[in-house]
Design a protein around this ligand. Sequence first.
Ligand code: PMP
Ligand code: GLU
Length: 399
Amino acid sequence: MKPLSNAVLALAPSMTVAIDTKAKELQAAGQDVVALGAGEPDFDTPDHIKQAAWASIQAGKTKYTPPTGLAELKTAVCSKLQRENGLSFTPDQVVVTSGVKHAVSNVFQTLINPGDEVIIPAPYWVTYPELVKLYGGTPVFLPTSVETNYKITSKQLAQAITPRTKLFLLCNPSNPTGMVYGTEELEAFAKICVDNDLYVLSDEIYEHILYDGRKPLSIASISPEIKERTLIVNGVSKAYAMTGWRVGYFAGPKAVASAIGALQSQATHHPANVSQYAAIEALNGGLEFVMGMVREFTRRRDFVVGELRSIAGVQVPLPEGAFYALPDVSAFYGKSTPGGKVIANSLDLCAWLLSDHLLAVVPGAAFGDDRCIRLSYATSMDNLAKALQRLKRGLGELA
Ligand code: PMP
Ligand code: GLU
C-alpha cells in the first residue's frame, strides 16, 4: 500500500482528548477513575437552549445552511461582540465553524504559507503547534514558568519576531495555565504586532470564565489598528456548557472571513443546522448561566489550589481564568514508586497516577512544559476531593 500523507503522519494526536477517552473507557469498564483530564464544563446545557434546538427540528430546520452559517447566528455573533466586547463587526466578517478547534484550524490553514512562523507562548493548548505544522508553518515558542506566573513579557515577543513571523497566538485566559493578560500587557502586545505587521489569533473561548472580579478584554478592542489584524475565535462550548454541539465562530477582517468561507464551502460546509439554532439562543440569552458556573468554579479553584499548595514540593500560581490548575511537580522527578519504577517526567507520573491511583490528569509534556501536570477543575467537588486525596497519596509514595 502507498504511504499516507507525510503531514498527517507527522501529526501527534491530541493528548487531552486521548486521556479523556482512556479515562471514560476505564470508567465504562467499572473502574473508579477520577477524570481531571478534559477541559469541559460538567454542567448540562441550559434548558432554554435545548428547547430552542428542539423547536428548530420541529419547525423542519433540518437542511443545509449557508457555509458561513445562518444569517441569524452571524447577526447574534455581531451583537454579542458589540455588547460584550465593544467591538463592531458586520456579518460578512463572521464565519460560523464546527467548534472553536475548527475555527483555529481554519485560521492556520488560511494564513500559513510554507515556512511562516507562528509565535506561541508556552505552555500552550495541545492543538496549536500540531495544526501550525500540519499546514506547513513553524511554531516558535516563548517559554514561561511558575516563576514568571506562566506569562510572557512583551520583550520576549519582540525578540522572537523574524521576517518570517506571520502570526502571534494569544489564548487569553489561557488553557492550560489559567493566566490572564490585562490591559497594559495587551496594549504592549498590540503595539508590537501593529509595528511588525503581524496578525494576532485571539482565542477567547474562556473570556467569561474569569475570577476575582476580572472583566473580559479582547486585544481587538485595544485600538482600531490592532482590530484590523486580530482574528478572533470564540464559541459556545465553554460559556454555555455546549461542548458536544460543536459551534464556534471566527470574526476578523473581511478578506480573511471570505477566504475561510470559501475553504468551508469545500471542506465541511457548515456545523449542524440544529446546533446553530441552539447557539443563537445561547448568544442571545444572556450571561447568567456562565456567571453561575464561575461562582462554582471559584469555589473549586480555591479548594484545588489550597490542596496543591499544601503538598511540599508542588508550586502552583492561582488561576485567574479558565478552569485549569497547572502545578509544577518537577521536584518529584527522579524519585521511585513503591514498585521501583523511576518517575522521570510528566508522562511517567501521569501514567503511574492513572494505573496505580486511578487519577487521570494531563502531562505537562502535552503542553510543551514537562515540569507540570494539568488538572481540570470543571468537575464536582466530590470528584475533586477524591482526586486531590489520590494525588497526595501518590506523590507521598514517591521516594
Ligand atoms: N481553544 C482552547 C484554548 C480550548 O481549550 C478549547 C477546548 N477544547 C478549544 C479551543 C476548542 O473548543 P471547541 O470544543 O469549541 O472546539
Ligand atoms: N479544550 C479541552 C482541553 O484542553 C478539551 C479537549 C481538547 O479539545 O483538547 O482539555
